[in-house]
Design a protein around this ligand. Structure first.
Ligand SMILES: Cc1ncc(COP(=O)(O)O)c(C=O)c1O
Length: 347
């Protein structure tokens, strides 16, 4: 369903969603206060709710997923430390090198298989200063992205999440989950959120992606971690005043937009299967578990993007021959039919 007028089908990202009329109403009527002073009741409600859903003690509302990750990285590391994460991770590729600029940390990159890290590769990537005659940086933080964006929206199996957390703990590392799309993972794998993140010290969660809120992310963890995060949020300039209007959108999304993600996942699979069946196009169907479809084409990605755009369909080019499609709240079955017909007309 779309609540705004457009003649385009926008599949570039799930961040393009606009607040529904019901969400706008919830925002309009939200009770607010000064959240920097700790007295916005709606922000407090959202933070408590998400902490409870994750089975953790506390949460902090921040403007973006990038800031939630940056604060987590800053809390868990000291300058000269090393962060261990996937070579396709958002933290490494798309956050402006914040790990280096804001934390003074280096990154040890882990290869991925089907978009995801393997526990043994995480183990092999951890370097410790101790015992290295101070040659190595100190690997102190492991970051796992679930779902994996550049991994095609793939979800980590629960045993892998648990094993990676165990590897981190055994090596005296903290473990953070970039859960920008953790609700997609929870819905796709039918895993309760608290079980999924049980062994993780911190989790960042975006409200402004598949959940359909306009702005906002949450960082979740222990009381002492969130107290530290509160200080870094201040220093990064992320404290917001009457943020309850935004938190109300998040609360509305948690009430109304979680279970429906299964529809996005089903549409993604329908699209992926159709595109993969066409001459000159390929999709790794193994990775299509949630709302994303990465497809390869014989044509240049920019040419495919242009041809689709001329037909009113927007996608993102990700590599020389790779484009990304993301399903979300505003994409209907009719839209998916139209996209499939357009692809068929190309081949
Ligand atoms: C996996 C992942 N983490 C973090 C982010 C950052 O979120 P934001 O755009 O709100 O900064 C994104 C954004 O697309 C993402 O895909």
């Amino acid at each position: 369903m779309r609540h705004y007028s457009t003649d385009r089908i926008d599949l570039r990202s799930d961040t393009v969603t606009q607040p529904t009329p019901e969400m706008r109403e919830a925002m309009h009527t939200a009770a607010v206060g000064d959240d920097v002073l700790g007295d916005d009741p709606t922000v407090n409600q959202l933070e408590n709710r998400i902490a409870q859903m994750c089975g953790k003690e506390a949460a902090l509302f921040v403007p973006s997923g990038t800031m939630a990750n940056a604060i987590a990285l800053r809390c868990h590391t000291s300058p000269g430390d090393e962060i261990i994460t996937a070579n396709n991770s958002h933290i490494y590729i798309y956050e402006g090198g914040g790990y280096a600029a804001l934390c003074g940390a280096s990154i040890a990159l882990v290869d991925v298989h089907g978009g995801l890290m393997r526990p043994e590769d995480v183990q092999n990537a951890i370097r410790k200063q101790a015992g290295s005659l101070s040659h190595y940086p100190d690997g102190t933080l492991v970051c796992v992205e679930n779902t994996s964006n550049r991994g095609g929206g793939a979800c980590y199996p629960q045993h892998t999440l648990d094993e990676i957390a165990a590897v981190a703990k055994a090596n005296d590392c903290a473990v953070h989950m970039d859960g920008a799309r953790v609700f997609n993972a929870a819905v796709a794998t039918s895993t309760p959120l608290d079980r999924m993140v049980r062994d993780y010290d911190s989790i960042s969660i975006c409200l402004s992606k598949g959940l359909g809120a306009p702005i906002g992310s949450l960082l979740v963890g222990s009381t002492s971690f969130i107290a530290q995060a509160h200080r870094w949020r201040k220093m990064f300039g992320g404290g917001m005043r009457q943020a309850g209007m935004l938190a109300a959108a998040g609360l509305h999304a948690l009430d109304h937009h979680v279970e429906r993600m299964a529809e996005d996942h089903a549409r993604a699979m329908r699209l992926a299967t159709s595109i993969n069946g066409l001459d000159g196009y390929a999709v790794d169907l193994e990775t299509v578990e949630t709302n994303m479809v990465y497809f390869e084409s014989n044509l240049k990605a920019t040419e495919v993007m242009k041809a689709l755009s001329d037909s009113g369909i927007d996608v993102l080019d990700i590599g020389p021959n790779t484009c990304r499609i993301v399903l979300h709240l505003h994409v209907t079955d009719e839209d998916v039919n139209q996209v499939i017909q357009t692809f068929e007309s190309f081949s």
